[in-house]
Design a binder for this molecule. Structure first.
Ligand code: HEC
Ligand code: HEC
Ligand code: HEC
Ligand code: HEC
Length: 133
């Protein structure tokens, strides 16, 4: 079942890649903005989501649902529009890791570690992620 789900997802992605002109396919880049409309100090982050998946990272390297310290997330919940999987659903102002801390520790934490077959060093410094236009 799990394998089928993966194949289905794979087919959907393949279909989307083939069927949609490149200009739209680029919407893979997610614009991350933690400010909720309030004043921002840095430009929002253009996050190349699928580039990460193509590099061989697992969904659960980034998405999680912890129970007794274990990541028990059901990957079939990882569908667009599901608000429960958004970081902000759990990392609110009262969480031990607020939203910005959650992003910074996950993104920068991993970028500081070498990943298998890595050719380029991912951005670690402010301007590498908060790119000014
Ligand atoms: C390198 C980290 C990383 C990896 C690997 C990753 N994701 Fe994500 N994903 C994110 C982040 C960050 C967001 C933005 C979350 C938010 O908006 O709060 C996101 C958003 C999403 C969304 C959109 C949610 C929405 O807002 O509608 C989906 C769907 C998704 N991921 C599925 C997947 C699947 C399926 C995989 C594995 C094939 C995967 N992700 C792998 C980090 C990752
Ligand atoms: C369903 C709720 C939930 C969602 C959604 C969620 N987190 Fe978490 N996250 C937690 C909990 C609970 C912890 C453990 C916090 C603690 O120890 O107090 C945690 C811990 C973390 C940590 C600390 C290191 C670790 O992995 O244990 C980071 C970094 C983090 N989350 C980033 C993110 C990012 C980025 C996203 C979005 C891609 C995200 N989280 C989505 C609940 C969530
Ligand atoms: C689990 C590891 C991991 C996490 C978490 C992660 N990244 Fe990355 N990131 C990588 C790797 C690996 C690369 C690719 C290096 C390469 O291209 O060879 C990369 C590349 C990038 C790039 C450069 C892409 C390019 O075109 O050169 C950006 C921008 C980026 N990440 C942003 C983010 C942001 C923002 C987050 C948090 C939301 C994040 N990453 C979380 C591992 C990670
Ligand atoms: C690996 C990527 C990455 C790096 C490197 C990084 N950030 Fe961020 N940062 C993020 C993400 C993702 C968010 C959440 C999205 C947003 O609001 O821009 C964020 C949010 C922020 C915010 C809160 C939102 C705002 O604009 O007020 C500030 C401030 C910030 N970062 C400052 C910094 C500074 C200063 C540095 C360098 C010391 C830095 N960041 C380095 C990814 C990164």
């Amino acid at each position: 079942m799990k394998r089928f789900g993966f194949l289905l997802l794979f087919n959907i992605i393949a279909f989307v890649l083939i069927a949609i002109p490149p200009s739209i396919a680029q919407s893979d880049k997610m614009l991350l903005d933690s400010s909720g409309g309030r004043g921002k100090k840095r430009p929002p982050v253009n996050f190349p989501h699928n580039h990460h998946v193509e590099k061989g990272l697992a969904c659960k390297d980034c998405h999680h649902l912890y129970q007794k310290g274990e990541n028990v997330l059901d990957e079939s919940k990882l569908i667009e529009g599901n608000k429960e999987i958004q970081c902000s659903a759990c990392h609110g102002p009262k969480s031990r890791f607020n939203l910005v801390t959650a992003y910074h520790s996950q993104c920068i934490g991993c970028h500081k570690k070498p990943v298998k077959d890595q050719k380029r060093i991912p951005p670690r410094y402010c301007g590498g992620c908060h790119v000014r236009k």
